[in-house]
Every structure is written in C-alpha cells, then in structure tokens.
Design a binder for this molecule. Sequence first.
Ligand SMILES: NC(=O)c1ccc[n+]([C@@H]2O[C@H](COP(=O)([O-])OP(=O)(O)OC[C@H]3O[C@@H](n4cnc5c(N)ncnc54)[C@H](OP(=O)(O)O)[C@@H]3O)[C@@H](O)[C@H]2O)c1
Length: 472
Amino acid sequence: VTEYGKALAPTETPIPGLVIWDLPVHGDSRGWFKENWQRKKMTAAGLADFGPVQNNISFNDAVGTTRGIHAEPWDKWVSVATGRIFGAWVDLREGPSFGAVFTAELDPSKAIFVPRGVGNSYQTLEPDTAYTYLVNDHWSPEAQYTFLNLADETAAIAWPIPLDQAELSAKDAAHPRLADVTPVPPKKVLVLGAGGQLGRALRAEFGEAPYIEYADRAELDLTAPGLDTARHWRDYDVIINAAAYTAVDRAETAEGRVDAWAANVTGVGALARVAAANGITLVHVSSDYVFDGTKPGAYAEDDPMAPLGVYGQSKAAGDAVVATVPRHYIVRTSWVIGEGGNFVRTMASLAERGIDPTVVGDQVGRLTFTTDLARGIRHLLDTRAAYGVYNLTGTGDPTSWAEVARRVFELTGHDPARVTPVSTDDYFASAAGPVAPRPRNSVLETAKIEATGFTPADAGTSLSAYLQERSA
Ligand SMILES: NC(=O)c1ccc[n+]([C@@H]2O[C@H](COP(=O)([O-])OP(=O)(O)OC[C@H]3O[C@@H](n4cnc5c(N)ncnc54)[C@H](OP(=O)(O)O)[C@@H]3O)[C@@H](O)[C@H]2O)c1
C-alpha cells in the first residue's frame, strides 16, 4: 500500500540527471490525494523547471505488463496514479554514463524525472496500474526515439516477472542490444551571426560537432518573420546570439534607425520568446554603448543604462528584453577586435601605407579580442554560472583610441608620433554624414565574471599577440 505523508524530497541516482522523488500523498477514509506535479514547490526543492506541455497516461490491465526501453527526445516526469511498477532506466546518451542502469519500484508516493535520452521502461506489479507522465514536447511522428532491448545482457535488468512470462509488444521484443544502439547526441547549440567578427571566433572556440550549428544572416535572419518555426527549437539547449546591427553611425540615419531596431530589438525580442518558450539558454552580446560614458570609474553590470545614440538605445532595449528570459547571459563588451575590418587593422594599414592619422584622444576604454570573448562565453556555459549580466572585456589600464593607435604604430615598427590625438568634438565636426554620439568612458568592470573563475586577457598583451599573428 502507498505510504502517506512523506516529505517532498529528491534522491540522485547513478544516472546523471535521473532523480527519484518522494511525493507527499494525503490519505483518509475516502482514499488519497496528491499534487502529482507542482511547479513552484518542486522547482524550489530542486526539480528542473522543465516546462511540460503534455500529460499521458497508460493503463495496464495485467500484472507483468512490460513496456520499453525507450529514450525519447524530451524530458519526462513519471509517476503512477494507481497501482505499482518496477521501473528500469538505462542511460542511452552519448558520454561516459552511456549504459548506466537504475531500477526502482514506484507507487503513487514516488515520481522520477527522466532526462531526454535516458531509456525508460517498466513492468507492472499490480493489476489495473495507471502509469502517468508529463513531457516537455508534443509527441510527433517525426520524433526520434532510441530503443534498447528489454532483455539486454549488458544492462541485465532483474525483471521481477521474467520476460518470457510477461506481457510485452512484438516491437519491444525486437529492439537492439546495447552494442547496436546509437547513443543519443546532446541537444544542439546554435550560434547566430556566425559570419561576424565574434561569430567567427565562436566557431574557432566551439569547433565543429554534429550538435553545433552556425548560422550567418543568410541562414537565419533575426528580422525575418517566422523565427518561432525556423527550427525545431525543442532540440536546442543554447543559442548564442552574436548577430547584431553594428553600424553605429548609419543607425543615426532614417533607414539605419529602422534596421537597428529591427535586428537589435524586434529580432532579439522574437529570439527571447523562442528561448523562454523552449527552456533554451540565451547568450546575448551587448555593448558599452548602453551607457552614456559620464561615470568617472568603470561601469558595473547593474549601473543604470543611459544610451546616447540609436545603436546604443537599440542595444539597451535588447538587454531589457533578454533579461526576461529565464536562462540568459547578457555579455557586455567593448571595443571588439577580431577577424575582419576593425580599428587595429585600419591603424596598422595606415602605418604601413605612410598615412598619418588623427585619432580621438578623449574616449577611454579597453580593447576586447574576440578569442577572449568567445572563451568567456564558453566559460559561462561550461561552469553553469548564475544567469544574468556579465561584463567581459580585455583588462589592464584603460587607454584612449589615440593611445591604441600609437601602440599599433609602435608594435608594427612605425613612429607613434605620427598619430595625432584630437577631441571627439573636433573629430566629428569635420565628419561627413551623420555620426553617433559615443560614450567618453567605455570602461567596464570585469570583477563579476572574474569571480566565476574566468580571467580575461590583458588587452595590451592581446594586442601584441594579435599584431604578431597578423604579420606572421
Ligand atoms: N564591434 C564592437 O566594437 C562591439 C563593441 C561592443 C559590443 N559589440 C557587440 O558584439 C556583438 C558582435 O559584434 P561584432 O563585432 O562581431 O559585429 P559584426 O562583425 O558586425 O557581426 C554582426 C553579424 O550579425 C549579422 N547580422 C546583422 N543583422 C542580422 C540579422 N537581422 N539577422 C542575422 N544576422 C544579422 C551581420 O551580418 P551582415 O554583415 O550580413 O549584416 C554580422 O555578420 C554584437 O552584439 C555587438 O553589438 C560589438
């Protein structure tokens, strides 16, 4: 008989992520009642906030009815409404725990969280057993199942009722042995804006794997309609958004303003809805331009946003939207240098071509190399750092753009005195066309990400290495 009055409590099993729970069941002379799934209490007690969308019940007449072993492409929360089962779970996911087995009896006072990719099976121990489970994706005929034979010798499940006396389907009897099972690959990671500076560095950092997908603008445009159906989002664990409208000055024009908001706000909003609806971790990259640059010291993550121009405003609005996604990292960076056209390359090229530039000397910040930015993003994901906003820039003494230019001249063997510093006001007075206002102080405080165990590279050291690599 079902035990009444247990405290809600999880117990880990030898299969990572497979967690068995005691459920409180309240009984009296009428029968019993239980909260079979209660999001608030259960997530507070440590259950994954797995977002169920479908509830299934299978009713089993006879003792010894045996079903499985099926690994499904979604998470399950399994219990029994009446009766009792012997449950057996086999890890069929790619990785070191492939083949691990756990068995337990479940009655209405027990439930088990079965992560996607863990094979699930059971045998009924009482007649008229109702087995019930919540899943976090809608069943579909395209869903890829992975199966293991109930009699697999490696898993060696000790079925209480021998399989030759049990009720099972012909299909279940024909499933493969463990050696012939293709392990379930992990959920996918999608990198957006893969053609940009940061996107290319992310590809170098994360590499090529079957579950990593890179999409440039042609493959996935944030401003195109139908983002919510552009992928089967339930198959994704992480989206890294390196896509953005980044033409800071063009954003000040009538057309540019529309484009900046379409990508950086409306498009990011659509992405945020996808992430929130599918339990996806959204990594979004933001900018020092969300600040006005009037603060005397370095900007902390929680300093109030006060963007000056259209680009900065669009990035700030994007941050506000992404902050509503339950699993999000907003990575704020500054003065990004990677592959492709950028300030450092321009200066190196001017130096070589004998051109003496005038460069703004009153905007202060720190360079950030895309290799470092990509490494930091990976660190946040790998260490499952607390969700939220993180500044991530190169470290070391802040400098002006003119000082960066001089250093580039010096490091490439040219006379740094050829660089003439000018004020922002003078520089932009002479500019043709619209120019965005820029923060005078772009320095971001990196203590928060450092506290997670990540050490950003020194901007000056990275600059030397970057120029060396360029000339090599
Ligand atoms: N660069 C900096 O100094 C700096 C400073 C602070 C923060 N950030 C932030 O860092 C992130 C990465 O910047 P980055 O320097 O790598 O910029 P980037 O080189 O300009 O890359 C941005 C990429 O996004 C793509 N893109 C633009 N609109 C899109 C859309 N609607 N849908 C899909 N893709 C789209 C662009 O494609 P197209 O080229 O085809 O338009 C480009 O490949 C951005 O969030 C940016 O705001 C940059």
